[in-house]
Design a protein around this ligand. Structure first.
Ligand code: GAR
Length: 197
């Protein structure tokens, strides 16, 4: 039997990208196709709405409160231990709002992906939609990328583009981008799995 390809998804909030991936994994039968399954959904916030959503989809959940740790390094070390118990082939950051230590990123090099709500390399960091509107961008979007030590950098795996409309607010633009995120991220994970030996 080949090694199962375990996927661990990290969230902090509503978990809608996580849910899109879990639903696609079920609908496309990733278990049968790739031997892949979402082994766990882990949140750094106990009140993340995504935890209940994950459970309602049949995914196992775990919580590791970052506030319980004195340093970023201590939290990341504990998080690595939690993740590694699942022997993950892929770690998926889905609205995981933590800056990761270089040790964490290095440990998962080549098997750590993120989605960011902008057309990287434009608008790394926060408030991406308002910044795109303020800059007068005609187009915005989202990016799935491999995670490297530098925040919101790393090789781009996939992007989706949406128009910025004249009366857009950050909220209306975010909603338009999020629709695309829910298509792009599952597709990018699917393609990653398909490319594995
Ligand atoms: C998504 O829009 C994602 O792109 C963004 O947070 C949201 C999470 O939503 N991520 C970042 O800003 C990371 N820098 P979700 O919890 O409903 O998936």
């Amino acid at each position: 039997m080949p090694q199962p390809k375990n996927i661990v998804i990290l969230i902090s909030g509503s978990g809608s990208n996580m849910a899109a991936i879990v639903r696609t994994a079920q609908a496309q039968q990733w278990q049968q196709q790739f031997g892949a399954r979402v082994a766990a959904v882990i949140s750094n916030r106990p009140d993340a709405a995504g935890l209940q959503l994950a459970q309602s989809l049949g995914a196992a959940t775990q919580v590791l409160r970052h506030q319980a740790f004195e340093s970023r390094e201590d939290f990341d070390a504990a998080l690595m231990a939690l993740i590694d118990a699942h022997e993950p082939a892929l770690v998926v950051l889905a609205g995981f709002m933590r800056i990761l230590t270089p040790g964490f990123v290095g440990h998962y090099a080549g098997r750590l992906v993120n989605i960011h709500p902008s057309l990287l390399p434009a608008f790394t960091g926060l408030n991406t939609h308002q910044r795109a509107i303020d800059a007068g961008c005609r187009e915005a979007g989202c990016t799935v990328h491999q995670v490297t030590a530098e925040l919101d950098h790393g090789p781009i795996l996939a992007q989706a583009v949406v128009p910025v409309l004249p009366d857009d607010t950050a909220d209306t633009l975010a909603a338009r981008v999020l629709v695309q995120e829910h298509l792009l991220y599952p597709q990018a994970v699917h393609d990653w799995l398909q490319a594995q030996p």
